[in-house]
Structures are given as C-alpha cells and as structure tokens.
Design a protein around this ligand. Structure first.
Ligand code: NAD
Ligand code: TYD
Length: 350
C-alpha cells in the first residue's frame, strides 16, 4: 500500500506515470501536484481524472507551506518527483526559472518529506526523476554509466544536476530513502510541441519549415515514454535505496536522420508525394552550447532489474505520429496563444 505524491503529473512524462500508477495499482492513492505551467495540461489526464484513487492539486513545489500541509493531510509514503522546467532552449533565455523550480523546488520537497517522515523511514521512497543531460556531452564514442562524472553544460542540465546532488545529500546526511533515475530523450503522446519530435510532427501537418539547429549532426538516444514509466515502476518497486539507475533506448539518431524518418513516415500516412515533407527541412542557427551526443549504458537496469525497452523506434514513432494525427484538437489547443508567442520569438528567422 502506498499513498504517493506525484509532482508534475500534468506534464508529458508525469501524465504517463500517473496513468500507469492509477490504473495498475488501484490500491494506491495518487495525489498529483502540478503548477500547470505552459507545459502542464489537465487534458493529458482526462481518462483518469475521475478514478477513485486519484486527485489533483494545483500548486507550486517551491511552496514549502503547501507541501507540509499536503504531507500532513495525506501522510504520503512515497514521492515520484517529475515536476521541472524541462526545455533546454527556455533555460537559455530564462535560467533563473530553472534554478527556482528544479533546485529550490526539489529542495523544498526533500525538506517536506524529511520532516514528515522523521525516523519512520521503513517502506518510504523519495524517487527523483532526472535526465542523462547531467553527464554532459559525449564525442563519437562511449556511453554514460551511473559512475560517469557530472558535467552539465546548459542551465537546464546544471539545475537538474544540482537537484540530483541535493537528493543524494539527503540520503547520505539524513538517510532519506531516495532513488534516482537518469533517462535519455523521451518521445510519445502528450509531448509538448516545442521539443523536436512533436514540433516537427506539428509543422509537417501544417506544411511549415522544420528547423534543424546547426547541421543536424547532434545525436540523441530516444526512448518511448511508456517504456520510461515502466522503468520507473520497476525501479520504484525493486530498485535499491540510495542507488541511481540509467534508463535508455539504445537508439541513437542524428537529428537530421530522425527528422527525415519522421518525414518519410508522415508522407506515407498523409498520402503525400514521397520526399515532399523533407523539402520543409530548414537549417537554422545552432543552439548555444549545443551538446553533441548523449548515449546511455542501461546495462545496470537490465542486469539488476530485468528492464528492457519494449518498442523499436520505427514502431514507436509510427504510434506517436498516429496519436498526433488522431488528436488534432489537443495539438490545436496547446499551439494557440502562448505557444504562438514563444514560437514567433524563438524561430524569428524561420
Ligand atoms: P514537462 O515540461 O512536460 O512537464 C513538467 C511538469 O511540471 C508540467 O506539468 C509543469 O506544469 C510542472 N511544473 C513545472 N514547474 C512546476 C512547479 N514549480 N511546481 C509544480 N509543478 C511544476 O516535462 P517532462 O518532459 O514531462 O519531464 C518530466 C521530468 O522528467 C523532468 O524532471 C525532466 O527533467 C525529466 N526528464 C525528461 C526527459 C524528456 O525527454 N522529456 C528525459 C529525461 C528526464
Ligand atoms: P529537444 O527536443 O529540445 O531535447 P534536448 O535538447 O533535451 O535533447 O531537442 C532534441 C535535439 O533536437 C537537440 O539536439 C536540439 C535539436 N532541435 C533542433 O534541431 N530544432 C528544434 O527546433 C528543436 C526544438 C531541437
């Protein structure tokens, strides 16, 4: 039995995680705390919002008084901490927002959990969801392992690295029962269309330019979001307290090849002439401090806990495109208003 505080459950990964736990564990109670920033959307949770083991609280993880009140009311036995500012490009224009939510917010959550749990730590779990970007940038060879030294290079990854360090510090100093996972790039339904894959799907549908930073040679390791939340489920229940687990897809793509694969599949699905979407590819100014390559060695997770990704990339991308084509209303909804302003400012020249 668990009563779990999920933070950021209205976002991309958090909504998949909330759905998995609400449906798979009807005996658990799930409370979703989310500030509903531009990235949080209750539409992502429509199918579970009336479930009897689920409730939603709108609030900010930096609000320690609110956190203390929620711990006192619900007596949480676990935290699944997903809430974050998550977009590298936004961290370049507004780094302090990332320090505030990712560092101070994580600090406040740790303090609230520590104070609420006191010495009664048996069965408690503070699970911190993090990113492979804390390890920095790889050259053409090699993989990040759990012992790779942290070397974050963007305000986003630096703020996530800081939060990882705080979580570990609470384990060593106060014996808070923490678990951490660092995952590669996710893709799938409900992904906000300012990140590469949903942005390109949206632009292909609307015949708009596909902005590729630099030469498109940067490499990312892509994992289907449902495989990520399955891994979190496995680590939450079977992982060792105090440990870190890397999660990855063994699925590296240069940005250019990835966008070409999207174009190929979408031409087929939209009944467009072969090669027509590729003509939308437009090279734009590179991201400042653009990390060249991320690649994860997830063998610890495989060897210790038996987790492997379930989907091949071409299949995952096909499912993802189908979801966006079948959920145009969701896409139209999130790409109106504030999104247009962001897009026009970010991609002024495209
Ligand atoms: P997202 O931006 O889609 O969602 C973040 C959610 O957090 C939103 O619902 C937002 O409203 C909420 N939030 C933001 N600030 C908040 C605050 N101060 N208080 C309460 N709620 C707040 O992000 P995502 O892609 O779902 O990422 C979730 C987590 O997974 C993040 O910690 C991120 O670092 C990590 N991660 C993401 C990826 C990826 O590819 N997206 C990969 C590895 C790890
Ligand atoms: P993104 O989805 O922002 O994830 P992250 O920066 O966390 O890896 O970007 C994925 C890759 O795609 C990254 O190398 C930057 C690149 N990119 C573009 O080339 N064009 C774009 O418009 C965006 C948003 C990203």
């Amino acid at each position: 039995m668990h009563t779990i505080l999920i933070t950021g459950g209205a976002g991309f990964i958090g909504s998949h995680l909330a759905r998995l736990f609400v449906i798979k564990y009807p005996e658990y109670k799930i409370v979703n705390l989310d500030k509903l920033t531009y990235a949080g959307n209750l539409e992502n949770l429509k199918d579970i919002e009336t479930a009897s083991n689920y409730s939603f609280v709108k609030g900010d993880i930096t609000d320690l008084a609110l956190l203390k009140e929620l711990f006192a009311t619900h007596q949480f036995t676990a935290v699944l901490h997903c809430a974050a500012e998550s977009h590298v490009d936004r961290s370049i224009t507004d780094p302090l927002a990332f320090v505030t939510t990712n560092v101070l917010g994580t600090g406040a959550l740790l303090v609230a959990a520590k104070e609420s749990w006191g010495n009664d730590l048996a069965g408690k779990v503070f699970y911190h969801i993090s990113t492979d970007e804390v390890y920095g940038s790889l050259g053409a060879e090699g993989f990040f392992t759990e012992s790779t030294a942290y070397d974050p290079r963007s305000p986003y990854s630096a703020s996530k690295a800081s939060s990882d360090h705080l979580v570990r510090a609470f384990y060593h100093t106060y014996h808070l029962p923490v678990k951490i996972s660092n995952c590669s790039n996710n893709y799938g339904p409900f992904h906000f269309p300012e990140k590469l894959i949903p942005l390109c799907i949206h632009n292909i549908i609307n015949n708009k330019p596909l902005p590729i930073y630099g030469k498109g040679e940067n490499v990312r390791d892509w994992l289907y979001v449902e495989d990520h939340v399955r891994a979190i489920d496995t680590i939450f229940h079977n992982g060792k307290v105090g440990e870190t687990y890397n999660i990855g897809g063994h699925n590296e793509w240069t940005n250019l090849n990835l966008v070409k694969e999207l174009c190929r599949q979408m031409d087929e699905k939209l009944g467009r002439e072969k090669g027509s979407s590729e003509k939308l590819i437009t090279y734009v100014t590179d991201r400042a401090g653009h990390d060249l390559r991320y690649a994860i060695d997830a063998s610890k997770l495989k060897n210790e806990l038996g987790w492997l990704p379930s989907l091949q990339f071409e299949e995952g991308i096909s499912k993802t495109i189908d979801w966006y084509l079948n959920n145009k209303e969701w896409l139209d909804d999130v790409t109106s208003g504030g999104y247009q302003l962001y897009y026009d400012t970010m991609y002024r020249k495209v």
